[in-house]
Design a protein around this ligand. Structure first.
Ligand code: IFM
Length: 454
């Protein structure tokens, strides 16, 4: 059996994850300001089918029902993000109390249901006013983020114990600023490097701000990490894989855990140099309580005439995102990060799969592939724990089908199906599988505690 209960500690946290723009809707309610994603969605041709997050899953209004679903699922924890433009409609300055009130209500609802809130401060919805003033390529945005972190932690820190500063800074920096496929849609490598630096810097400042406001807080950052495997064992392919690992993984892991950028990425170091001031890397490497890891797939890399190139594995199963299903990749990345960076703790803050789900005649969603995916990846987590990785929790992405960024509503990641025309929720078979897994963990026999045995 892949999911041996004994490989998961009894205090392992089982959760589900979401993000503000992807589920909340209520884009114009209670004083929320415009975010870069509102602007991006309103720009023709940027998001598939012209979809937007205006309504999304309407979680803003339906959260009590969704928390009831979470309770039925048996979640220990729920990961959500806070929409910065709800709290500061103009990015900084006057606080919008009604925006904070929403998260107050959500946190109380979760705690009332016995579910631990894990709050992410930034899951990509930068206030448009800050983008207009220079955005993340400008250092002032990092300062604004630290102010925002302090205000939110002061309001919620008496009840929220787990905080994540940023979600996937690589994605926000590169896909949003070099590739132009995400908001704010810039296409400049130098901007992406500056953004990454300011995200790292603001992360460090925010950790301090959260701890000032809430001394018992446990704070971390979430990175998208994947293993890069050389296509062959030639030195060229090995070097190509190491290079890609540097660009995507080490460019964030090294500053956070070692206080330096990886020296082998020469062009990147030239670009970042002008942005790095004395003390920045000390700030970015503030000791953390945990590292969040989002993982979905792996990459195979070969040396090419124009540099490293990612090659596919046509024999493997792929999800609706075109991502290879490769649970060993999660195992390998966990073991490698634990060995090379020794984080105090790791949470898998996202893992899951999009498949083209349909409701059949009985109204149910028989998402056999997602269930198999989750089972195999959770099995990989168990093996990584047995191999010494300090993994303390796992959050499935996602609780609900939701707005999948540039793909709009065309990709379904939820374990709960959302019928977008009616906004009705239909738990999929994977929901019931996850519910039963969580229930079986709770009832699994535990080794006698040393105190009881003494
Ligand atoms: O939907 C996203 C999420 O916002 C960040 N991590 C990856 C998910 C799937 O693409």
């Amino acid at each position: 059996m892949t999911n041996d209960p004994s490989s998961f500690p009894s205090d392992f946290v089982w959760g589900a994850a979401t993000a503000s723009y992807q589920i909340e809707g209520a884009a114009h309610e209670d004083g929320r300001g415009e975010s870069v994603w509102d602007r991006f969605c309103a720009t023709p041709g940027k998001v598939r089918g012209g979809d937007t997050g205006e309504v999304a899953c309407d979680f803003y209004h339906r959260y009590p029902d969704d928390v009831r679903l979470m309770k039925e699922l048996g979640l220990d924890a729920f990961r959500f993000s806070i929409a910065w433009p709800r709290v500061f409609p103009e990015g900084r300055g006057t606080v919008n109390e009604k925006g904070l009130d929403f998260y107050d209500r959500l946190v109380d609802e979760l705690l009332g249901a016995g579910i631990e809130p894990f709050a992410t401060l930034f899951h990509w919805d930068t206030p448009q006013a800050l983008e207009d003033a220079g955005g993340w390529p400008a250092r002032e945005t990092a300062e604004a983020f630290a102010e925002y972190a302090e205000v939110v932690a002061a309001r919620l820190g008496d009840r929220v114990r787990h905080w994540i500063t940023h979600n996937e800074p690589w994605v926000y920096a590169w896909i949003g600023h070099a590739w132009g496929l995400h908001a704010p849609g810039r296409t400049n490598e130098a901007d992406a490097v500056a953004v990454a630096h300011h995200l790292l810097l603001s992360h460090g400042w925010a950790v301090e701000a959260i701890r000032r406001a809430s001394p018992d807080a446990r704070v971390g950052i979430t990175l998208n990490l994947a293993q890069f495997y050389p296509a062959t064992d030639t030195p060229e392919d090995e070097a190509a894989a190491y290079h890609r690992d540097g660009q995507d993984n080490r460019w964030f892991l090294d500053p956070i855990f070692r206080g330096s950028y990886p020296a082998d990425l020469l062009e990147r170091n030239e670009l970042v140099g002008p942005h790095v001031r004395d003390g920045d890397l000390e700030a970015a490497s503030v000791p953390l309580d945990f590292l969040g890891i989002n993982n979905y797939s792996r990459f195979i890399v070969a040396a090419g005439a124009d540099g490293p190139k990612t090659v596919g594995n046509p024999d493997a199963q792929h999800t609706d995102m075109g991502w290879e299903v490769y649970p060993d990749g999660l195992h390998d990345v966990l073991v490698r990060v634990a060995r090379d960076y020794e984080p105090a703790a790791i949470y898998i803050t996202e893992n899951g799969a999009a498949f083209p789900d349909v409701r059949v005649h009985d109204g149910a969603v028989h998402d056999v592939e997602r269930t198999a995916y989750l089972e195999s990846y959770i099995g990989a987590v168990g093996r990584a724990i047995a191999g010494g990785a300090p993994v303390k929790g796992y959050f499935v992405w996602s609780l609900l089908d939701n707005f999948e960024w540039a793909f709009g509503y065309s990709k379904r990641f939820g374990i709960v199906y959302v019928d977008f025309p009616t906004l009705g929720r239909v738990p999929k078979d994977s929901f019931y599988w996850y519910r039963d897994l969580l229930a079986s963990r709770r009832s699994a026999p535990r080794p006698p505690s040393p105190i009881a045995a003494a």
